[in-house]
Design a protein around this ligand. Structure first.
Ligand code: NAD
Length: 392
């Protein structure tokens, strides 16, 4: 009898699991159901561009129906409300339930607020195309309002968190600001773009010389960095920093970190700080019929440190799980996860970037780094047969 595979989430890990498993199991061998809250697969590594109006939404949000065409995969657009790995049951937002022979959990991560009072209520985040559109529309509205009111809070944009998300976002915003301000008759110098970082430096994953390069590049475009200053409280548009200073900003985007999806912690799977523990086959350490991919899983490298929650790791996990689902259901030998680290690429707006490439961490900056970032996106789009989106 045909087995049922259910895949929760169509991000990098979930989509690649679905596409890969079909290379090994036909429809008569396994029914595959992919559940996603949006009807699109979103290239979240490019969301910062949408948040600044620098790219069309169609270029980074591909209809899943199109990506899955001819693959015999059931697509279910609904939110996962909860799932129980002991009952083998998933409850969806449309009140339907699903059951499975093998489950893949690829539900991504959630924004971490670290219990900072007022933060969640009074900030925007950058986790989906919906969030990115909201940020862009909000910035435009505030600039338009500033043209009338000259209220400095409308001219102040604050990014909380100087990791890759925050820095890539601030770079795009800095790029569009001269044109946007001028279109409202405002001198761009009047707009204050600030980024606050708790740690001593932005982009701590990169070597110091690239951090200096990124800082100089962004400062030259008007970004002000406040480092070593955690956000401690937010009340309305007033953001308190640890040294007692307050920033009054009508645009505040929080990019201060991510945590495991709470649904994973509540599912009955064995977890480590909210992310599911997996073995070398990316199989849950507590439930052998459950595989976990992307940010929902925690996988430790040989150095004993967990791999960071990145798109490149999620993509590789998805492909491995696609095969291991077949191995599990057909009693074949599992493959072991051996991720390849292609490096870290941080865009600093449309024309600049910094990166470390490959296992040797070869540093790159400027145009070569920007081109590498572009190439990495094209490589992924080609892999999922979505190169058509480059036309947008
Ligand atoms: P992150 O956790 O990497 O960075 C968050 C930053 O916010 C940290 O530097 C942290 O010190 C700071 N922070 C935390 N609390 C704060 C506070 N109270 N006040 C001020 N600052 C505070 O999060 P991210 O940038 O969203 O990245 C998440 C994951 O996604 C990472 O693994 C990252 O590598 C990956 N990512 C990769 C890319 C890329 O490859 N280009 C882009 C975006 C995200």
């Amino acid at each position: 009898m045909s087995k049922h595979i259910v895949i929760l989430g169509a991000g990098y890990g979930g989509l690649l699991s679905a596409l890969t498993v079909r290379k090994y199991l036909s429809k008569s061998e396994a029914e595959v159901t992919l559940v996603n809250q949006f009807p699109t697969h979103q290239i979240i590594t490019e969301l910062h561009r949408l948040a600044a109006g620098n790219i069309a939404e169609q270029a980074i949000a591909m209809p899943l129906q199109k990506l899955l065409k001819g693959k015999d995969i059931n697509l279910k657009i609904a939110k996962v409300e909860s799932f129980s790995v002991d009952k083998k049951e998933i409850t969806l937002s449309d009140y339907t339930t699903l059951t499975y022979d093998a489950l893949v959990v690829g539900l991504g991560s959630k924004t971490a607020y670290f219990g900072i009072p007022g933060l969640e209520e009074h900030s925007m985040v950058l986790k989906s195309t919906e969030d990115a559109n909201k940020i862009y529309n909000h910035i435009e509205e505030r600039i338009a309002e500033y043209a009338k009111s000259k209220n400095e809070a409308d001219a102040t944009i604050l990014i909380g968190g100087g990791g890759l998300t925050g820095v890539e976002l601030v770079g795009e915003i800095a790029d569009i600001m001269p044109k946007l301000a001028k279109s409202h008759g405002i001198d761009p110098q009047e707009i204050k773009i600030k980024l606050v970082e708790a740690g001593p430096k932005i982009l701590p994953v990169l070597p110091d010389h690239l951090i200096e390069r990124a800082t100089a590049s962004l400062e030259a475009r008007g970004v002000q960095f406040l480092t070593g200053l955690p956000v401690t409280n937010v009340a309305g548009n007033v953001i308190d920093l640890k040294d007692g200073q307050q920033i009054i900003a009508n645009t505040f985007v929080w990019t201060g970190g991510v945590q495991g999806n709470p649904l994973v912690g509540e599912s009955g799977l064995e977890v480590n700080r909210g992310r599911a523990s997996v073995n070398d086959h990316l199989q849950s350490t507590s439930h052998e019929d459950v595989f976990v991919v992307g940010d929902s899983a925690v996988y430790f490298g040989a150095d004993g440190r967990p791999y960071p929650p990145t798109a490149q790791i999620a993509w590789q996990m998805g492909e491995l799980v696609g095969y291991n689902l077949y191995a599990y259901l057909e009693n074949k030998t599992f493959e072991t996860f051996a991720p390849v680290n292609s490096g870290t690429l941080a865009s600093l707006g449309r024309k600049d970037a910094v990166a470390t490439i490959g296992a040797n961490n070869t540093p790159l900056k400027g145009l070569p780094a920007s081109l590498m970032k572009e190439a990495s996106n094209v490589r992924y789009l080609s892999h999922i047969k979505a190169l058509y989106t480059l036309a947008y």
